[in-house]
Design a protein around this ligand. Structure first.
Ligand code: FNR
Length: 390
């Protein structure tokens, strides 16, 4: 046995702890998973300039994101079904995020409800919303989130329809019928710890925020069928304007890849954007987010807050994203792997290690504060030429 250190270590532990359909749901991407892989490898192509003999005794990783003070420029991204990765998973995650002084984002399709997470949180957390057909339901959720102290809304715009995730289909996830149920039951039977701790002692395993919307929905399949029928492909920028009028807090649009869309986001009054391809889970074939970020920064940097996600796997990757012009990053799979592997403690361990890596990257590039990270720290050879992104 070895102690987990990196996101990859937690991933391997998650693989052995979760029934296969759940690990694949978390780990997988759309179609052939090219964009998923590209997200990770693109960060490694961003090389940095080492600087020496600079006084780096006092390094500060603190910043502000979405109007909230953070100990480092990292936010836990919304991950649907996170509450199936460990017992009441979103509650454990918000506690770890609070301890690390960074924001946690609750997914619309989380297992734990807004109220359950609010009861566990001791700092404001963020809420993620998808546009669903029933606008009355959206208004109710906005009101509830506000009443419970959420002040930052992350509105996801890259999911007019769920992507084709072949691993899920192979595992019978979301499928009805005896064969799919038998397959999943077989996978669960070889993970008695998960069965006992999460399925039996960690229920109810339904979508906490949507329980009123799916009357009689007792199992996850009923909820998933409802949610899949509710994603609204008619949504346009007009709906974002509608939303802007109804949300007085910080509004962040997640799922922007093109500079043109980033400009629209600014025009419609978004306070921030997340450059994201949904972790390679939607359109396989789109470019890695690291390679799309510079053009977005050139288009709207300084006018709106820019975060990026997809394939960020270390504190050094966080530094790379900032060097390319982002104000902060979101991370999805890494925190959910750590949650599956070791619960709240796992997430805390991972975040501590990333903060230390970020601090180290700052020291070895001669930067002492987050605002000081920029294109000057990019190596000329990286293919991301310094000076282009200001
Ligand atoms: C997601 N993501 C996501 N995004 C969102 O806006 N709402 C959601 O409910 C979910 N659900 C979800 C489930 C799972 C299992 C994954 C892996 C991802 C996307 C997520 O917020 C984020 O954009 C990506 O995960 C970022 O990529 P990495 O960090 O996972 O590589």
């Amino acid at each position: 046995m070895r102690l987990p250190v990196t996101a990859g270590d937690f991933r391997e532990q998650a693989r052995s702890r979760l029934p296969r359909f759940l690990f694949d749901y978390l780990d997988g991407g759309a179609t052939d998973e090219h964009s998923l892989r590209a997200n990770e490898t693109a960060w490694r192509d961003v090389t940095l300039r080492q600087r020496v003999l600079v006084d780096v005794d006092q390094v500060d990783t603190r910043t502000t994101l979405g109007g909230q003070a953070c100990a480092m420029p990292v936010v836990l991204a919304p991950v649907g079904l996170a509450g199936m990765m460990a017992q009441r998973g979103e509650v454990q995650a918000v506690r770890a995020a609070d301890a690390a002084e960074i924001p946690f984002t609750l997914s619309t399709v989380g297992i734990c409800s807004l109220s359950e997470v609010a009861a566990a949180a001791n700092a404001p957390f963020w809420f993620q919303l998808y546009m669903i057909r029933d606008r009355g339901r959206i208004e109710d959720l906005l009101q509830k989130a506000w009443q419970l102290g959420c002040r930052t809304l992350v509105f996801t715009v890259d999911l007019p329809i769920p992507g084709m995730r072949h691993r899920d289909t192979r595992n019978g996830l979301g499928a009805t019928g005896l064969r799919a149920a038998a397959l999943r039951a077989w996978q669960v039977s070889s993970h008695p710890n998960w069965l006992w701790n999460v399925a039996l002692r960690g229920g109810p395993l339904t979508f906490g925020n949507l329980s009123e919307a799916v009357p009689g929905g007792r199992n996850l399949d009923a909820f998933k069928a409802w949610v899949d029928s509710q994603f609204d492909p008619t949504v346009t920028w007009l709906d974002i304007a509608w939303l802007r009028q109804r949300w007085q807090g910080t509004l962040i649009l997640k799922g922007i890849l093109e500079a043109e869309d980033a400009r629209h986001a600014v025009q419609v009054g978004a306070d921030g954007i997340v450059v994201s391809n949904h972790g390679g889970r939607q359109l396989d074939g789109v470019a890695a987010t690291a390679s799309k970020l510079p053009a977005v920064v050139a288009a709207v940097g300084g006018q709106t807050e820019i975060m990026v996600d997809g394939g960020i796997r270390s504190g050094v990757d966080v530094f790379r994203a900032l060097a390319l012009g982002a104000n902060g990053v979101m991370i999805g799979r890494p925190w959910a792997w750590a949650l599956a592997a070791a619960g709240e403690t796992g997430i805390s361990q991972l975040l501590r290690s990333w903060q230390q890596e970020l601090r180290l990257a700052m020291m070895l590039t001669g930067v002492t504060e987050i605002a000081g990270i920029g294109c000057a720290q990019l190596d000329q050879l990286s293919g991301f030429p310094a000076g282009e992104y200001e």
